[in-house]
Write a protein that binds this ligand. Sequence first.
Ligand code: ATM
Length: 211
Amino acid sequence: MSERGKSIYLEGIGGAGKSTQIKFLLEYMSSLGQETILTREPGGNPAAEKIRGLIFKLKGEGVINADHQMALFFAARYLWVTEVVKPNLDKGIHVISDRSYFSTVAYQGYAEGGDLDTILKIADVVMEGCKPDAVILLDISPEEAAMRRSKRSESDPFDSEGFSYVTRLINGYRDMAQNNLGNVPWTVINGEQSVEKVSDEIKAVLSSTLC
Ligand code: ATM
């Protein structure tokens, strides 16, 4: 039987560089001969992608609060865990995801005021024992985030939130990483460095996670 795959989650606020870096990660993993899939949250399978669209629509209309959002993100997440994450890990395929349940802690918890313990308890049930092998936080300052966000063309309703929301998010992420929230291995990488330097630091985390 093949060894179980590893799950590696990239976290950070919109504009931190996750999408750019995640593409390099796939190339790196295939250069190592490591079978890997890339996925994202919310989404990753057709039904969860539909919930993603619904969340953005309802959030944009201003009709869902932190708890409603939490419920919808976890519904999408349950589809993602059972249809994408577990089956691949079971086959020995590594799973790299753009976001994870720590985004719910950051956005619906720290930024929108939802209860952190409740989010973690639900995550415990929904993740069905799939603990991440590495969580990588691409950290940028609120000022850098504001500058990058002003230049981004595509956006979702979370991207339109103001400076204080973004500051709560960034502080929340830093707090989670500092306290190794969820008892999982967090690594903070300075996302304001060059793309190459960030990529090298992420590769170092991947190498040690695969050992
Ligand atoms: P991406 O833009 O990284 O694809 O993420 C979708 C948005 O959903 C993201 N917006 N921004 N910036 C953050 C938000 N989100 C949550 O609010 N809670 C969650 O649990 C997840 C996974 C994402």
